[in-house]
Design a protein around this ligand. Sequence first.
Ligand code: C2E
Ligand code: MG
Ligand code: MG
Ligand code: MG
Length: 282
Amino acid sequence: RAKGDGRNRLRLYDTALHQQLLEDRAIEQALRRALTNGGLRLVYQPQFAASDPTRLVGVEALLRWQDPELETISPERFISIAERSDLITELGWRVQALLCTDLQQWLTAGLEPPVISFNVSPKAFRDGQFSSQLEEIMSQHGILPGQLQVEFTESTLAGHSDLVLDEIDKLHASGIELSIDDFGTGYSCLINLKRLPLAELKIDKSFVDGLGENEHDEAIARATLYMAEAFGLRTVAEGVETQQQLAWLQAHGCDRIQGFLLARPLEADDFRSMLQRAKRTS
Ligand code: C2E
Ligand code: MG
Ligand code: MG
Ligand code: MG
């Protein structure tokens, strides 16, 4: 009996795993189609000055995908599927092209967007082509390096040092700013603060969540803010949802606030309207 149970459980597990594999493969194929037929777009989440949360000081571009036949799939899900195949490289280029296209339109319209951050997958730096490819896309759209910032996580640095560090140095040399995303959640290594030409640290939402309530989250946030100050880096808190978190971050000297409390990620047209309003009131 016990034996039979075990076998059934194994079969159940097998079926679930198999189902997952089939689903992943279907998503991968649909994503491949989206790269030719469309369905990928960027949304833009504003960042505000902690000292004056009405002042727009930055923005993060975030990828969205809607397939006509599938239900909406979260970026976490489809990006991790893309990362397991060869798709992530092409997806990364697409993000850059979409970003430069939007940015070019805003600049042509006389708007004054802040520096725009975009996310780069850990794999992207490893082929040694990233910075030259980005420069080419930027020049096609007349975008200057000072208008962009690259966000990457610490896992990007694990185990692939030379190629990756070269790419990072090249980006920095070209004038693109560098930000460490989800700081403190990955394979953290404080020497990164010393050896990388960084402009910014982002405090992960998982720590922001506990501000004003959880002393361990507060200790991590405080330590991050302290180190950032010592190294001359800007700080951004992501996933700020409550007034209490905002007040804590203001009291502890965080520079920038990103989160649903102040703004959700906006469709390109809505972000454009925000830029227009910002221009009229400045
Ligand atoms: P991330 O770079 O850490 O982006 C922040 C995520 O937090 C975004 O989720 C954003 O919508 C969400 N967020 C911001 N404020 C709040 C808040 O107050 N409350 C809550 N609950 N969430 C908030 P999103 O857009 O789903 O992206 C998830 C992750 O997917 C990103 O995390 C990033 O790692 C990845 N990603 C998104 N776009 C791209 C891309 O173009 N390329 C790559 N390689 N990765 C991307
Ligand atoms: Mg990010
Ligand atoms: Mg983040
Ligand atoms: Mg995060």
